[in-house]
Design a protein around this ligand. Structure first.
Ligand SMILES: [Zn+2]
Ligand SMILES: [Zn+2]
Length: 224
């Protein structure tokens, strides 16, 4: 599910700064909805400078005219402030991904019910992140019919089971800073911070080389 999301948003960021540039309907929406930081960053990385500037030009213009005129005359307008609040939490690409992912969930449900091979593949996932657990459990439950309980069990195993192992790895990581564990084995705990963030947010954090320098051993050496 995470990889699907990554693919969708990369494609959409290309589309917005590429072929959609000439589509007035898309521009009307991007002017209105804007983008979140994550997707602005992608657009700037993936798209041409000029494309981004043109999108921003009309977006800024619209905000200026409709929401934040330089001399509004009078008190803060409730409607304007409400519209501004919406804009601050809105994003054209996020909206699109949400719709697409909801359709994806319906497909996952249907395939899980009808295709044993898919069911097997599903069971072999390393884990399902928290966000996609939520989606899989909440979008169109009716589609699962009498399979709801079995699907819930299986998905909980993939999310809840992984959560337990993450928690253990994090606890192990913490314990490595105890002087009683000097020279102990890190086991799977070294990248447990990065893996926890990935589980919680659905996004990979680049793991910096976590050296033993941080451990109790090193702390003892430094006299801290
Ligand atoms: Zn995910
Ligand atoms: Zn976004």
């Amino acid at each position: 599910m995470c990889r699907m999301r990554d693919m969708l948003e990369t494609r959409k960021a290309d589309y917005v700064t590429g072929s959609a540039m000439m589509e007035p309907n898309v521009r009307i929406k991007t002017n209105e909805q804007g983008f979140c930081y994550r997707h602005f960053s992608m657009m700037i990385r993936q798209g041409k400078r000029l494309s981004n500037a043109l999108i921003l030009e009309s977006h800024l213009q619209q905000i200026s005219e409709q929401l934040v005129p330089p001399s509004p005359g009078g008190k803060p307008d409730k409607k304007r402030m409400a519209a501004l609040e919406t804009l601050l939490h809105d994003c054209f690409i996020c909206r699109d991904i949400k719709e697409n992912m909801e359709n994806m969930v319906r497909i996952v449900h249907a395939m899980w019910i009808s295709e044993p091979e898919f069911r097997q593949l599903y069971a072999q996932q390393k884990f399902i992140c928290l966000e996609h657990f939520y989606l899989l459990m909440n979008v169109d439950q009716k589609g699962l019919g009498k399979n709801l309980q079995a699907f819930y069990e299986e998905t909980s195993r993939l999310t809840g089971g992984y959560l337990i192992s993450l928690k253990q790895d994090i606890s192990h990581f913490c314990s490595m800073f105890d002087y009683r564990n000097i020279g102990g084995e890190w086991g799977n705990s070294k990248d447990s911070i990065e893996r926890s963030v990935e589980f919680l947010t659905g996004d990979k954090i680049l793991s910096e080389e976590t050296e033993d320098e941080d451990s109790a051993e090193a702390l003892a050496e430094q006299g801290t």
